[in-house]
Design a protein around this ligand. Structure first.
Ligand SMILES: Nc1ncnc2c1ncn2[C@@H]1O[C@H](COP(=O)(O)OP(=O)(O)O)[C@@H](O)[C@H]1O
Ligand SMILES: [Mg+2]
Length: 237
């Protein structure tokens, strides 16, 4: 693989629900060691794009590759095992399992050994270490989000995909999640695709941005180029 080509590459994606077209020629790239923000108002197609990438929805056309491997023919679990980590919108942790069990489930699903892996990830989320025996359901929204991210990281993904991780979370936890992303970015290996509507969060953690409107990409570039004009036209409610 060409070392400068993105880890995750999406090209010319089209997708429909029940025959009505939602995505139009969506393309994006996520390089190793970078945080890429995918932005846009409600209903523009951000989650649909992620569903096509993770395999939950079959696009009508377009190519998706991870580290040069074509993902299109693969099932969601096969894509995950190849290195696609996914934290869906609304963080689906198991309320009746403990924090520790929630974490180990991620490992079992990927047939990985627990030794060292859990410790490595808990270093990024010290609050979870104190709560390993608590039920997932008693955690705050922010702690649940951290648990969902930790569980995804345990599978040692090449690319981590997150759908609106700051939604409904208190500012201090949002800051902690932001710091975690910056730490992960410093390690330089992981690519992060962050779907996010919270502008300041994107400005704080992202290297580059894409903006969608009505199912198509309408702006992209290094995060420094996300100017007031784009924000007004496509992002403010
Ligand atoms: N399961 C579905 N069936 C039919 N239409 C859907 C479904 N999910 C989303 N849509 C529609 O697709 C469009 C894009 O939705 P979505 O990708 O969830 O947007 P976003 O994540 O940007 O808010 C919206 O018009 C939404 O109503
Ligand atoms: Mg969405």
């Amino acid at each position: 693989m060409n070392p400068v080509s993105p880890l995750l590459q999406v090209s010319g994606l089209n997708a429909a629900y029940d025959g009505s077209q939602i995505l139009r020629q969506v393309s994006l790239g996520v390089p190793a060691g970078q945080v890429v923000a995918l932005m846009g108002r409600n209903g523009v197609g951000k989650t649909t794009t992620l569903k096509c990438i993770t395999g939950l929805l079959t696009p009508t056309s377009g190519a998706i590759t991870l580290a040069g491997v074509a993902l299109n023919p693969l099932r969601p679990d096969e894509r995950a095992r190849l290195g696609l980590g996914y934290v869906p919108q609304g963080r689906d942790i198991f309320s009746n399992l403990t924090v520790g069990e929630n974490l180990r489930i991620g490992l079992v699903a990927h047939r990985r050994r627990a030794n060292g892996e859990v410790d490595r990830v808990l270093e990024l989320f010290p609050v979870l270490r104190e709560m390993l025996k608590r039920k997932g359901g008693v955690l705050s929204g922010g702690q649940q989000q951290q648990l969902a991210i930790a569980r995804a990281l345990l599978t040692d993904p090449k690319v981590l995909i997150l759908d609106e991780p700051t939604e409904g979370i208190q500012p201090n936890i949002i800051d902690q999640i932001g710091e975690t992303f910056l730490k992960l970015r410093k390690i330089g290996k992981l690519g992060i695709l962050l779907v996010e509507q919270y502008l300041d969060f994107c400005l704080g953690v992202a290297d580059s941005f894409y903006v969608m409107d009505r199912g198509a990409m309408v702006a992209e570039g290094p995060i420094g180029r996300l100017d007031a004009g784009i924000v007004r036209k496509y992002l403010t409610v």
